[in-house]
Design a binder for this molecule. Structure first.
Ligand code: ADE
Length: 331
């Protein structure tokens, strides 16, 4: 690492006194500003685990509703382990990245059947569970079991790069995070770092005036980019919604499909001129904005499987299928 020039009044983050002051300021900011999130009420490892898996690649605001519903459906590890995979996917439907749900389910079964129902309590043991990597293991171990293990996610990495004001490798970021970590309150410290990145030290225009640790920061908003939003691709996609005698025509995706294997969706049809009876909605997936047109028919336009409308909401539907069926007031 090359030394960077210090800003006026910048406190030294690499000296023990500076690190101590940093922890104090960050934690007292967190105590005053922490969001009231449901997994923060209790330090139940099962609840923390579910939240951390849902929060991978998904923002807090998008997770909240799913989290509450998932825990009502599977309030304990044992209930999750005893469930069928299709029920778990159904509860996950709409959150995306379904591999996370399959792994969560497989890990619940492993704990119940191979570990006598005892939740692993160290980051080392947590790493042996399906779907648990270094980030998730450290998050659960620190939040639920107070283990001094630092967490680095995208938010924390950005905070670190700005604090140190130079390009740190992944390894350097993890080392710096371990160095800064509060040994007394590791779970709160980790959550405070993530919270700072999500609410203050945001990607485009950081809110430095509201930052509790600005005095330690080498960049203070310098070099923040404000590029035009990445241009989204636009696509149109059409589906058939065929209903007959209280049944809906659906398709199950192949088990070996790369995306959303085994999940249910509406049959896609070729684009056709818009009709006034079509249902129209929008759906965004990563960099593509879809304009979705849904043609309602009684006679099916393509082959599929008839499913009683009363059963549809129990199926593992793709997020888009769920959105369409809700818009059409079928579920
Ligand atoms: N992102 C992932 N886990 C989080 C947590 N526990 N608190 C805040 N942001 C998070």
């Amino acid at each position: 690492m090359t030394a960077s020039r210090r800003l006026p009044f910048q406190q030294d983050l690499e000296a023990p006194a500076g690190q101590h002051a940093f922890r104090q300021r960050l934690l007292s900011w967190y105590d005053r500003n922490r969001r009231d999130l449901p997994w923060r009420n209790r330090r139940d490892p099962y609840r923390v685990w579910v939240s951390e898996i849902m929060l991978q690649q998904t923002r807090v605001a998008a997770v909240l509703g799913y989290y509450a519903r998932f825990l009502r459906r599977f309030p304990t590890l044992e209930k999750l382990a005893a469930a069928r995979e299709a029920s778990v996917l159904a509860a996950w439907s709409g959150l995306g990245y379904y591999r996370r749900a399959r792994m969560l389910h497989a890990a619940a079964r492993k704990i119940v059947h191979e570990l006598e129902g005892v939740f692993p309590a160290t980051s080392r043991d947590l790493l042996a569970l399906p779907g648990v990597g270094r980030y998730t293991a450290a998050a659960i171990a620190s939040i639920a079991f107070n283990e001094p293990a630092a967490v680095v996610d995208g938010n924390v990495e950005r905070v670190m790069q700005r604090l140190f004001g130079r390009s740190l490798s992944q390894r350097e970021v993890w080392v710096a995070a371990e160095d800064l970590l509060s040994r007394n309150r590791p779970g709160d410290f980790n959550q405070a770092m993530m919270e700072l990145g999500a609410t203050v030290c945001v990607p485009m225009e950081p809110l430095c005036a509201a930052c509790p640790v600005v005095r330690f920061c080498s960049t203070r908003g310098r070099g923040s980019r404000n590029p035009k939003a990445k241009s989204q691709r636009k696509r149109e996609i059409c589906y058939a919604l065929s209903c007959q005698n209280g049944e809906v025509l659906l398709l199950k995706r192949p088990k070996d499909a790369a995306l959303m294997p085994g999940m249910w969706e509406l049959p896609e049809i070729e684009a056709r001129g818009p009709r006034s009876s079509d249902l129209q909605l929008r759906h965004s997936i990563t960099i593509t904005d879809y304009r979705v047109r849904v043609t309602r028919t009684e006679t099916p336009l393509v082959s599929g499987q008839w499913v009683p409308a009363t059963r549809v909401s129990k199926l593992p539907l793709t997020g888009l299928a769920r959105k369409i069926l809700r818009a059409a007031e079928i579920i």
